[in-house]
Design a protein around this ligand. Structure first.
Ligand SMILES: *Cc1c(COP(=O)(O)O)cnc(C)c1O
Length: 388
């Protein structure tokens, strides 16, 4: 062969007698086949040989298997972002005229998607101001397809009564879809409580180092996984192998990081609660939190690392605090190793007007803090000087 050809076809090292101890990053977009019949068959299912990375990829598969395992699901689909996972699951499961029941306190992006599905595609959505079993029972209809919940709501820290709500949804023939981003499988495994699908923004705790955007959907039922996988192929929202590789690496320390996030957040929440410029703290670990009793049943090992609090000084105080923190960074994400905080009214929930903000329980002086894994006294010193 001539150099031009040899450059394109390097010989790959054969693997015999040893294997890599860490997950290889397969950047390949496509796989070469010896047998055309095997190639033809590979198109039909996620379980055949790897063929094209919009469909399946070994590095992405390793992440999917790891998260399915942690969540106690049958299989999962890693996606380009948390929003991709949410849209994939909703659009694969719903058709025009279907009914959805969702809690009112939702991540802003999920709220926007539900509004869009209802305004543009004729999906009917009813919201639960208080996601109690009675409220869900009253909202269900014969054509309800999905009950959409967040384990710990972003940013208001309400914990959903997953065992009760998913049992009611199941009895009515609806799928329970739970966004488990804030809890992670270290604190809660919704499938064990009866959920059908768990979605994550991998960008947050699963990625955990402020360097990945990704999502994942985990399925209790392998048949539903396979059905949604076909839409994943159609929509083209598969995770990039490098993002999947970074996330798989991060998962190794998820238990350690969550332990520290939770321990630090518990200390910070208690001290913030006592601070004279703070009107209220929405941390599910505090006894006065409206969902504390549910949190004690649904979460184990901690109450999460992200919560919100209200400054008495309203919007001006929120802006002032954002300027005065030094260690904590003003950033519109959460779940990373470093402490971040932000002001939802002007960022994540900016799509909502004042009445809608009030309906999801966010005030003008609400601050959301994602407590990092730094030394807790350094985090507190910084907040204390900024609050004071
Ligand atoms: C951030 C977030 C999402 C969206 O995830 P992206 O990775 O930003 O698309 C969904 N749900 C919750 C609870 C989140 O915090």
């Amino acid at each position: 062969m001539r150099p031009e050809t040899r450059a394109v076809h390097p010989r790959l090292p054969a693997q015999a007698g040893s294997e890599p101890i860490a997950l290889p990053l397969y950047a390949a977009s496509t796989w070469a086949f010896d047998d055309p019949d095997v190639l033809a068959d590979a198109f039909h299912s996620p379980h055949g040989p790897f063929l094209y990375s919009r469909m399946t990829n070994p590095t992405v598969r390793a992440l999917e298997n790891a998260v399915a395992d942690l969540e106690g699901g049958a299989a999962s689909i890693a996606t380009a972002s948390g929003m991709a996972a949410i849209n994939l699951v909703l659009q694969a499961s719903l058709r025009t005229g279907d009914h959805v029941v969702a809690q009112r306190r939702l991540y802003g992006g999920a709220a926007t998607t539900l509004r869009d599905l209802s305004e543009r595609f004729g999906i009917v959505v009813d919201y639960l101001d208080d996601a109690t079993p009675d409220a869900l029972t009253a909202a269900l209809r014969p054509d309800t397809r999905i009950v959409y919940l967040e384990t710990i709501s972003n940013p208001t820290g309400h914990v959903a009564d997953l065992p009760a709500l998913s049992a009611i949804a199941r009895a009515a023939g609806a799928l329970t879809v739970v966004d488990n981003t804030f809890a992670t499988p270290m604190l809660c495994r919704p499938i064990a409580f009866g959920a059908d699908v768990v979605v994550h923004s991998v960008t947050k705790y699963l990625g955990g180092h402020h360097d990945v955007v990704g999502g994942i959907a985990v399925f209790a039922d392998p048949a539903l996984h396979e059905k949604v996988w076909h839409y994943n192929v159609e929509f083209g929202v598969a995770a990039d192998p490098f993002a999947a590789w970074l996330t798989a690496r991060s998962l190794q320390t998820l238990p350690l990081r969550m332990e520290r996030h939770c321990a630090n957040a518990a200390v910070i929440a208690e001290r913030i609660e006592d601070h004279p410029v703070v009107m209220g703290t929405w941390y599910p670990g505090l006894a006065q939190n409206p969902t504390h009793e549910i949190a004690r049943r649904v979460l184990s090992g901690g109450f999460g690392g992200t919560f919100a609090f209200d400054l008495a000084g309203g919007r001006a105080a929120g802006t002032e605090l954002s300027k005065r923190v030094r260690l904590a960074r003003l950033a519109p994400s959460l779940g990373g190793t470093g402490t971040t905080l932000m002001h939802p009214a002007s960022t994540s929930h900016r799509q909502l007007d004042e009445a809608q903000l009030a309906a999801v329980g966010i005030g003008e002086g609400t601050i959301r803090i994602s407590v990092g894994i730094e030394h807790v006294e350094d985090i507190w010193d910084d907040l204390d000087q900024a609050l004071s």
